[in-house]
Design a protein around this ligand. Structure first.
Ligand code: HEC
Ligand code: HEC
Length: 466
């Protein structure tokens, strides 16, 4: 019994000297693990993107109220849509469509791939619904073009004020600031309701609807039983509650974080090869993905032109194109730039890209390895969603190639690279996001109290609950 004991002691001493906890936990000293371990320490990865960020519990009274509001059509101008129409937990915190459908759907209760616009109407929302999972982790920018932006500790810029000025009504955090805008969008939730009025007048109008039936729920959530009703049921508290619900959607426990914490068995050999490609610079034979998808959150929150194909109507009504950040800043260099998405749970957040141009993770990954080649061979056949104008798609898909593209194709690519990268990105999936049961705290029970009987519970198709 003595020899193995001594051997283990020496081995662990050596491993401690190497400073690598991965070896200490089990003895699979594969060269790839050593390589990854070096990258992990060089890039300061910890496996925990939520460090130092306060995450509310879904059980907190405000998050519970926020959940009801998130699912309530009362906040939709024409009372057909709710936030959940485009951001359902079972649909990866999005809607599983390339381009979302807000007002004007055939059956507002149907969510996901079967959701369609009324006959002969085109899909009018110009960009893909991003996931609400892990939104609490954004520190600087919300939206694909960053139009909600943190300026400093105390102020946030929003579309209600001039670019780069603080919005006094933005609230305490980015998610709260963002939550005040979907209700103002005609295509998403507003329809023709209070057409032409200022955003703030509209918000007050919508909030008045809540005052008859929601008073008790608000008083309980905000622990305020004495103030006049307008100080409790108001648009600020609506956005506070909704944002607490969204911010409670933290899904960051995945096999990659286990690996970073030292369990070398947590991911497959193929995923390890993919990880090495992902994190290594091109000079070292990698794909350099982590230069933008950096840190434990896999985003640097900056903006780039990756020449992602544009599909649909585009953001600019006159020209039907989408110029990304340029529309916010007016700076020529910002054309076609979009925010680096986080890749946590990316497996379940498709279709991918700011307009949902890619239907497979393999497709968008091949794009990231060589945008020019991918755009030239972009297959419009993958766009099965009805109501997307292929004429504009054809016209604008290659536009971004004319500007400065920020991705250099990786030299010496092998067919296997896409598969390995995808295998790695799948290790970023928190198993909870694939389980209806695990997600159930974020989905209101059909029989739960619904203050004005206007909640949208969602169907996969007529008669089939989501
Ligand atoms: C019709 C579909 C639709 C509805 C309804 C909708 N959204 Fe969205 N949501 C989107 C789209 C599209 C974007 C991206 C727009 C952009 O970046 O230009 C978005 C962006 C967001 C973001 C930003 C995420 C990020 O990564 O920056 C959050 C958070 C969000 N929505 C929450 C909400 C809330 C809260 C509501 C209800 C008040 C709501 N959404 C209603 C489609 C929708
Ligand atoms: C120069 C910065 C940059 C580099 C390098 C980069 N990306 Fe991206 N990535 C982005 C941006 C920006 C987007 C969003 C573009 C858009 O939608 O217009 C994106 C989108 C994606 C998406 C789609 C995510 C979603 O939610 O739609 C995936 C997957 C992805 N990148 C993976 C990779 C991989 C794998 C690599 C390395 C081969 C890589 N990226 C390299 C900036 C970068």
């Amino acid at each position: 019994m003595r020899r193995p004991h001594l051997f283990t002691a020496i081995a662990s001493a050596l491993l401690l000297m190497a400073g690598n906890t991965a070896y200490a936990q089990n003895n699979t000293t594969q060269p790839i693990d050593a390589e990854l371990s070096a990258l992990i320490s060089e890039l300061n990865l910890t496996g925990n993107p939520a460090k130092g960020i306060q995450i509310p519990s879904i059980q907190s009274p405000k998050a519970q109220l926020g959940m009801k509001l998130f699912y309530s059509k009362t906040l939709g101008g024409d009372q057909t849509t709710a936030c959940v129409s485009c951001h359902h937990p079972v649909l990866g915190g999005g809607d599983a469509l390339s381009l979302p459908i807000g007002v004007g759907s055939v059956n507002p209760e149907v969510l996901g791939p079967n959701r369609v616009m009324k006959k002969d109407e085109m899909v009018s929302v110009p960009r893909n619904s991003p996931t609400t999972f892990n939104v609490a982790l954004w520190k600087q920018h919300m939206f694909h073009d960053g139009r909600v932006k943190r300026l400093d500790k105390y102020s946030i810029s929003t579309p209600d004020v001039k670019h780069d000025q603080g919005d006094p009504l933005a609230g305490d955090n980015l998610v709260q600031a963002q939550a005040r805008f979907p209700i103002t969008s005609m295509e998403e939730m507003r329809g023709e309701y209070m057409k032409g009025s200022y955003n703030q007048t509209l918000r007050r109008g919508l909030t008045e609807r809540l005052q008859d039936n929601w008073e008790k729920s608000f008083r309980v959530a905000f622990k305020d039983h004495d103030s006049p009703i307008r100080d409790v049921v108001n648009e600020q508290n609506v956005s506070v509650a909704i944002s607490e619900y969204e911010r409670s959607q933290l899904f960051i426990k995945n096999s990659w974080s286990e690996y970073v914490e030292g369990n070398t068995q947590a991911i497959s050999e193929q995923a390890k090869r993919g990880a090495a490609l992902f994190f290594k610079t091109q000079a070292n034979g990698g794909a350099d993905c982590a230069s933008c998808h950096s840190g434990d959150f896999f985003s640097d929150e900056q903006f780039y032109n990756t020449a992602m194909p544009q599909i649909g109507e585009g953001k600019i009504a006159e020209t039907k194109e989408d110029l990304g950040c340029y529309s916010i800043t007016g700076a020529e260099d910002d054309k076609y730039q979009f925010r680096t998405p986080s890749l946590l749970n990316v497996e379940v957040t498709g279709p991918w890209g700011h307009s949902g141009a890619y239907q497979t993770l393999e497709g968008v990954t091949a794009h990231m390895l060589n945008p020019k080649k991918a755009v030239r061979s972009y297959d419009m056949g993958q766009l099965k969603q009805k109501g997307i104008d292929l004429e504009h798609t054809r016209k604008h898909t290659a536009d971004a190639l004319m500007a400065n593209v920020d991705i250099k194709p990786m030299p010496n690519q092998a067919k296997q690279d896409v598969k390995d990268l995808v295998s790695f990105m799948k290790t970023l999936t928190d198993p909870c996001v694939k389980s209806r049961e695990c997600l159930s705290p974020w989905i209101p029970d059909q029989n739960s109290n619904d203050p004005d009987n206007n909640m949208l519970h969602g169907l996969r198709k007529a008669g089939q609950r989501l």
